[in-house]
Design a protein around this ligand. Sequence first.
Ligand SMILES: Cc1ncc(COP(=O)(O)O)c(C=O)c1O
Length: 365
Amino acid sequence: MTATSTSPEITIEFHKSPVPDADRIKALETPGFGKIFTDHMVLARWTADKGWHDAKVTPRRPLELDPASAVLHYAQEIFEGMKAYKADDGRILLFRPEENARRFAKSAARMAMPEVPEDLFLKAVEELVRVDKNWIPSGDASLYLRPFMFANEAFLGVRPAQEYIFCIIASPVGAYFKGGAKAVSLWVETTYTRAAAGGTGAAKCGGNYAASLVAQAEAAKKDCDQVVFLDAAEHRWVEELGGMNVFFVMNDGSVVTPPLGGTILPGITRASVIVLAKEKGLRIEERPYSFEEWQADAASGKLVEAFACGTAAVLAGIGLVRHAGGEFKVGDGQTGKLTTDLRQQLVSLQKGITNDERGWTRRVL
Ligand SMILES: Cc1ncc(COP(=O)(O)O)c(C=O)c1O
């Protein structure tokens, strides 16, 4: 489905009774993750005859959907995850939002949905951030932005829908993992897989996450923070976590990460880590890495660190790996030095502390 060439203007309708200042300030003290929401949202509509129209920032409220809406039956839904950061001098920054816009367009194409033009996506994100600027926490916390699109045509035939809603909601967030900078534990899933060749693994669609939940629940039962998936064909090659990409740091200066072959999400943090690690003189190997090799490298001491990365958690060291046949530690089981350095470097860029030579941040206010 093609994008309409012109993007509509975004109108703004302010909330008449926003959350009172004192309540908002209290909520921002311990935001948690994805539990509290700002006063406004973005809404825009797409129909086959009109393209994108009726784009607005509007008071956040429940959506009314026809029970025959296609998304409720055939899961035509995609989303993005990004953050707005408050710098110490008060500037409000986004980190590589164009990449989110592009990935959203690619996810849309894979799910036979209309693309949201990049300028509409970016304008909508920025307008919402400006309108809800008082909801952006300072310090280590940030404002998580969740753009998403779904099919709302009331029709039960199985074909790409003819009507869609693009929406953005925002949620102030603190640390993703309760343990803070503590290394996380992983459960290696050998029964359920996340994505197969030719499937939707590279798209950020809700269905991928629905398919991952039983494995994530299994990880929780094994007292692990996250699940790590292996490939669907051989159950042998490491793919990614439920919501993060994964890197392995070797004692010879090489850093291994699974390649983007269509079954894993092309993470923006992953792409940024690759650039930063190369700048440090490390040798990045985007290549298949088997669970067997992982175990052998951990046992021999070749593997010195491993980390997971994504917008929500930035970088998280991997300390313990559990699997059906036992468990092993990575390095000394703590967050490693490169993981800590790269995390710091990324956070400093995102928060506008260090000079942004690469043009990765975009100032909203
Ligand atoms: C399955 C999956 N892999 C990787 C990532 C990391 O992507 P990014 O760094 O763009 O947040 C995410 C998070 O969005 C994810 O859900």
